[in-house]
Design a protein around this ligand. Structure first.
Ligand code: SF4
Ligand code: SF4
Length: 358
């Protein structure tokens, strides 16, 4: 019998939602007691501060990981990445709320995987500047996809089979080295791992310590080209660059709550605000959004994006007791030559999305 164990983490909804709690409990109940799974429940993953036990726990998981959260999978994946929980994108068969609008097909699977980060490390300049992720897979499931536990449990069981087969293959390849006592010759992220499950233990109470709600941008490095336009635009010191010149979100909690301005400025639509009401900005997969037959660029404000972003930034500057700067600071030149779209264009597109109840 296989000793492989798969780590499954359920990230709870913010606040008290009886229906959401009921779904969370049904999923956990369906997995508890099954020796194949190491199940943990944590608060909303987006809210975890650096020293939160749940975040320390997540960074201690070395093998494949399934994370269920009330967020778009792409947002969950890159929130985890920012927290140091890195891996390859695990393709799932559960379609997120927006993705249900698209018919399931092999072509769409490819589109979704490319847009969700499966091409991570191959697209933009930023990805190439980063160290490659460890050889493990992170599967993110959106808890809004279904209102009962069965589809989630079925998908977790399918992922288990996939992950166990991969682990068995790896063990076969590593066996000769281990027999010779050459564990140290394994890749750094494999050496010393006795189990594919989590290595650090916390009590349920520690894991569930309630965090304060947070609001900050999350970068999808599979799309980012490191153009630094977000750094130039933000006047609140949220962004910074590493010693190698790579953009990153440094002062997360300096971001102004509710404001998504820089996501509209990013030319690659690489900036997400996972709690924002518009699916495109909240991290919906672009494959699903495209199925609505709307121009993705328009979902961020279209030709008006910079004007909208500047107005949102001004509002926050004034709220912080500072001077509004309008379009005079940090506005990229690239769209200056483009004519402005009619002012109601964005409104119509957002209405279309609202009507779709995404
Ligand atoms: S604006 Fe977008 S593409 Fe440019 S550095 Fe920022 S996140 Fe990356
Ligand atoms: S939303 Fe505003 S404050 Fe927050 S990072 Fe973007 S530009 Fe800066």
């Amino acid at each position: 019998m296989s000793r492989f164990r798969l780590t499954v983490v359920l990230s709870q909804a913010q606040g008290k939602h009886p229906e959401r709690r009921a779904l969370e409990e049904a999923i956990v109940t369906g997995l508890l007691g099954d020796p194949r799974f190491e199940v943990s429940v944590i608060p909303h993953v987006y809210d975890l501060e650096a020293d939160h036990p749940a975040r320390l726990f997540l960074t201690s998981v070395r093998g494949d990981l399934v994370v269920l959260a009330w967020l778009y999978p792409r947002a969950t994946f890159w929130v985890l990445d920012r927290d140091g929980v890195r891996g390859h994108w695990g393709q799932t068969r559960l379609r997120s709320a927006d993705e249900n609008h698209a018919e399931h097909s092999a072509t769409e699977d490819k589109t979704a995987s490319e847009n969700n980060g499966a091409q991570e490390g191959q697209n933009g300049r930023a990805a190439q500047m980063r160290p490659p992720p460890p050889e493990r897979f992170i599967y993110c499931l959106d808890l809004r996809t279904a209102d009962n536990a069965e589809p989630f449990l079925a998908e977790i069981h399918r992922i288990y089979e996939e992950a166990a087969a991969r682990a068995a293959k790896r063990a076969q390849a590593e066996a000769p080295l281990l027999e010779l006592g050459l564990r140290r010759h394994l890749p750094a992220d494999r050496a010393g791992i006795e189990s594919d499950a989590a290595s650090k233990r916390f009590t349920p109470d520690e894991l569930l310590r309630p965090p304060a709600r947070r609001w900050y941008p999350v970068i999808d490095y599979s799309r980012c080209t490191n153009c630094l336009e977000c750094l130039n635009f933000c006047l609140f010191g949220v962004y910074s660059v590493t010693a190698d010149g790579l953009i990153y979100v440094n002062q997360q909690d300096e971001c102004r709550k509710g404001c998504p301005a820089c996501s509209r400025v990013c030319p690659e639509h690489a900036i997400m605000f996972p709690e924002y009401k518009s699916p495109a900005i909240a991290g919906a997969s672009f494959g699903g959004i495209e199925s609505l037959k709307v121009d993705l660029t328009k979902l961020f404000g279209g030709a008006d994006a910079l004007r909208i972003a500047a107005a949102e930034r001004d509002r926050e500057l004034i709220a912080a007791g500072r001077q509004a700067v309008g379009m005079t600071v940090g506005i990229p030149k690239r769209q200056a030559h483009k004519p402005n779209a009619p002012k109601d264009d964005l409104d119509q597109l957002l209405d279309q999305l609202d009507a779709a109840d995404l």
